[in-house]
Design a protein around this ligand. Structure first.
Ligand SMILES: Nc1ncnc2c1ncn2[C@@H]1O[C@H](COP(=O)(O)OP(=O)(O)O)[C@@H](O)[C@H]1O
Ligand SMILES: [Mg+2]
Length: 580
């Protein structure tokens, strides 16, 4: 604005000065006219007056002839009648003009006055160079510009000083905001001064503190939720109403065979739920059923999952998602099947001897019973069947006692050779057609076991070996340390025979209850099909292992490994371990 004002001021001042000067010059012209003579001596007076006044003085006649001109002889001067100021003065009494003088070569201000004496008329003109005015104006403009420059410099310096402070504070705010956005809430921020920016600093600092507090709160509750979901046995899946996964815990990913690290969020549920029943559940929920439960079959292992589903609703009752809880019930279902099979098997096993006994008893009650020989034969059959029933019930009770833990293990160091001798004694009467040997490696340590149960194991194994080995065969009972004490000593007891052997595909099933390779043969030999199941149970209770190898026609080897009794046990013979 000031810069724009400069030419305006210059022009105005110039005009004003010229105006004032013009007035003064006119007054001077009048005064000059009064003192200048009309006839002789005019030129001299002119020159003197001009010198005295410091002006240029000219007198022009009515016809334009120059009568005198200060500083120059009039002879040869051109007619001045056409000069604007002269013409104007002749016409109106006074005249003024500014122009570059042809004679002097500078810009001059002319003022002319028409003077009359009687009939005589002349024009007295004074002039002065306008260089002074120009200088004045130029000086003024220079002063203004200089002032302006100083003002601008001062203003800039002041602005710089102020803005430097502001800029630093703003940069501090920016850095703070950036740190906050980057998750760093530890940078402090307080008002530096009590101005507007200070209020902003205060507010931003306060905001950051509350953001930090909220973030911490959220993180804590999120971590708590994650920990709960992680440690759940159940799989949990949360989806939105369109069936897109919002959340899936680790267990659910396992159950649904989702590869680890797979991004599940936002994916449609149907991608994971390969059982169409899940789709039905989702639809039913979306249609308004609040709670649903269904069994799903999933995956290559045909796992059975129980799916419980509910709708998620906000405080105002609006439904915004679905929650699915998955429970792996494969094992439960498997056990149910086993129990059903077991009950069916037991019933069947019990019915056979019972039916036979009832049949023979009825026959005996008839006329056939009168014949003594027949009666004895039939009674023998009944006796055999009742014996079998007894064995069956005996084995079943033994098994159920083992399973229910009703017979506490009385663990103590048991010398193997003694136990083997006892067992072989029991079978001595059946060995007539077999070669039976016991080979206990020297230095075989005692095992930590329940003596009665270890004998039961040996009885069942030797019984099998004897039963399934034809006459002329061989049965060997061997024992040797199989793992040194420093690696947790074990003793391996093996019962080997050269009998009929077992087909490879049946070996894994031998320890199932009632499993028999050849049912009729086993039954004929008085087997219940529970012997190896009992063996397996006892061995497991002792913390041992059972291995069966066999080749059809060549023979069978059953190996039982049991833990060695620790030295402390050996030193106190008969001390009882506390294993239930
Ligand atoms: N040493 C063996 N040689 C051949 N087959 C055997 C031998 N031991 C067990 N088996 C087979 O395993 C089945 C299950 O054995 P086990 O449980 O003792 O029942 P069982 O009452 O029939 O002896 C037997 O019926 C038999 O078919
Ligand atoms: Mg048996």
């Amino acid at each position: 604005v000031l810069l724009a004002l400069v030419p305006y001021v210059a022009v105005t001042v110039d005009r004003h000065q010229r105006e004032t000067l013009g007035e003064r010059l006119l007054a001077e012209a009048r005064a000059a006219g009064d003192v200048l003579p009309w006839d002789a001596g005019l030129e001299g007076a002119c020159a003197r007056l001009a010198t005295g006044l410091g002006l240029r003085v000219t007198v022009v006649a009515r016809d334009g002839r120059v009568l005198c001109e200060s500083g120059r002889p009039v002879a040869g001067m051109e007619n001045h009648g056409a000069r604007p100021e002269v013409r104007e003065a002749l016409a109106r009494g006074t005249g003024r003009d500014v122009r570059r003088s042809a004679s002097v070569g500078v810009r001059l201000l002319y003022a002319a006055w028409r003077q009359t004496r009687g009939k005589e008329v002349r024009v007295v003109r004074v002039a002065m160079p306008l260089t002074v005015v120009g200088e004045n104006v130029a000086h003024l403009v220079r002063s203004i510009l200089a002032g302006l420059a100083v003002a601008v410099l001062l203003g800039l310096a002041a602005a710089l000083a102020v803005s430097r402070g502001m800029l630093r504070r703003i940069q501090r705010l920016v850095a703070f905001a950036r740190a906050l956005a980057g998750g760093d809430t530890s940078v402090p921020m307080a008002a530096e001064r009590a101005d507007d920016l200070g209020v902003l600093e205060e507010q931003v600092g306060e905001m950051a503190r509350s953001v930090a507090a909220t973030i911490t709160e959220l993180r804590v509750s999120r971590e708590r939720l994650e920990a709960i979901l992680r440690s759940m046995v159940e799989g949990v899946v949360v989806s939105d109403l369109d069936g897109r996964v919002v959340l899936m815990n680790v267990r659910a990913q396992e159950l649904l065979d989702v590869p680890p690290g797979f991004e599940v969020q936002g994916r449609p549920l149907v991608e994971f739920a390969r059982d169409p029943a899940w789709g039905d559940v989702t639809r039913d929920l979306a249609d308004g059923t609040p709670v649903l439960s269904r069994d799903l079959t999933i995956g290559p292992g045909d796992r059975t999952l129980q799916l419980n589903a509910v709708r998620l609703s906000a405080a105002d009752g609006e439904v915004f998602g679905l929650v699915f809880v998955l429970h792996d019930i494969t094992e439960i279902r498997r056990l149910e099947v086993i129990r059903r099979d077991f009950v069916a098997n037991v019933s069947h096993e019990l019915r056979t001897p019972l039916t036979a006994m009832k049949g023979y008893a009825e026959t005996l009650l008839g006329p056939a019973g009168d014949d003594r020989d027949t009666a004895r034969r039939f009674l023998a059959v009944i006796d055999r069947h009742s014996e079998r029933l007894g064995r069956l019930i005996e084995d079943l009770l033994a098994l159920s006692d083992l399973e229910l833990g009703r017979t506490p293990l009385r663990l103590a160091p048991v010398e193997i050779d003694a136990a083997v001798d006892d067992v072989l004694q029991i079978f001595a009467h059946r060995f007539s057609s077999l070669r039976v040997t016991a080979e206990i490696a020297p230095g075989t340590p005692p095992v930590l076991a329940d003596g009665d149960q270890l004998r039961q194991v040996l009885i069942n194994l030797v019984d099998n070996a004897v039963k399934y080995t034809p006459a002329g065969g061989q049965v060997r009972v061997r024992a040797r340390p199989s793992r040194p004490p420093e690696r947790g000593g074990m003793v391996q007891i093996a019962v080997e025979d050269t009998g009929i052997g077992i087909p490879a595909r049946d070996i894994p099933r031998l320890t199932e209850r009632f499993f028999r390779v050849d049912k009729a043969r086993s039954r004929a030999l008085g087997g219940t099909g529970l012997g190896l199941a009992i063996v397996k149970h006892i061995v497991q209770l002792h913390g041992g292992t059972l291995a069966i190898t066999s080749a059809v026609g060549a023979g069978t080897t059953v190996q039982v490994s049991l833990p060695v009794a620790a030295p402390s046990h050996t030193r106190v013979p008969g001390s009882h371990g506390g294993r239930p």
